[in-house]
Ligand binder design. Structure first.
Ligand code: AMP
Length: 212
């Protein structure tokens, strides 16, 4: 009930946006710009006054962002399955760690306590999390903004794929427009703060009749 009320109220009052979920690599990537860009992102996010929700690891870009947020005096919530925590990759300096049973539960909990999502460079884990959140929005299971920080052009191929899917009519224009894409953290947060969903009209009806 509380979550439902929070979601309703949040819909009318974006200033309630407090917790941002960041999906990013458990690696740092080869080019140093990924780490530098993630550090800068964490700094800006802390200055903006948000809290961080993330996978809870003490490795890769995940740790870089978490450490910057902690240095900026913000709250950091980790969500991690037991089996990963047992591998001793859990960050021990964060505000709170939620231990869960599975990867699926991890995504559910992360989405439940977050008001928006930001995607930084990463591997298949990051992509899995990104596409799941994107499809939840598309199906209206969820209604929370998603932004991509395109550090060093890392996501150019992903954007090409989405535009190709749009052109071939496997993706709706409105769903594509709902994705925020920025190269600079400050610009990304500016867009996130004023974001409004564009809803496709008669989407499912049209699929049934026309097939696209
Ligand atoms: P990666 O982008 O592959 O470095 O992974 C980033 C984060 O995603 C790590 O915390 C992984 O534990 C997590 N991850 C990996 N695979 C999955 C999955 N199938 N579902 C959810 N999270 C995942």
């Amino acid at each position: 009930m509380y979550l439902w009320l929070k979601q309703r109220y949040y819909f009318f009052n974006r200033s309630l946006m407090k917790n941002i979920c960041v999906f990013c690599g458990s690696s740092r990537g080869f080019d140093r710009s990924y780490e530098a860009g993630s550090r800068e992102f964490g700094k800006v996010m802390a200055d903006e006054g948000f809290n961080l929700v993330y996978g809870g690891a003490n490795i890769g870009l995940m740790k870089v962002v978490a450490d910057e947020m902690l240095a900026g005096g913000r709250e950091v919530y980790g969500v991690m399955p037991h089996f990963l925590a047992d591998k001793e990759i859990a960050h021990e300096g964060i505000t709170r760690m939620h231990l869960v049973e599975s990867m699926a539960e991890r995504k559910q909990v992360m989405a439940g306590i977050s008001d928006a999502f930001v995607i930084l460079p990463g591997g298949v884990g990051t992509m899995d999390e990104f596409f799941e959140a994107l499809s939840w929005n598309q199906l209206k299971i969820m209604n929370k903004p998603i932004a991509i920080l395109n550090l060093n052009g890392f996501f150019d191929h992903l954007v090409d794929f989405l535009d190709h899917a749009l052109e071939e009519k496997f993706l709706r224009k409105e769903h594509r427009m709902n994705l925020i894409l920025e190269k600079e953290p400050k610009a990304l947060f500016e867009k996130l703060k004023v974001f409004k969903f564009v809803e496709p009209v008669e989407w499912v009806e049209r699929l049934k009749i026309k097939g696209y």
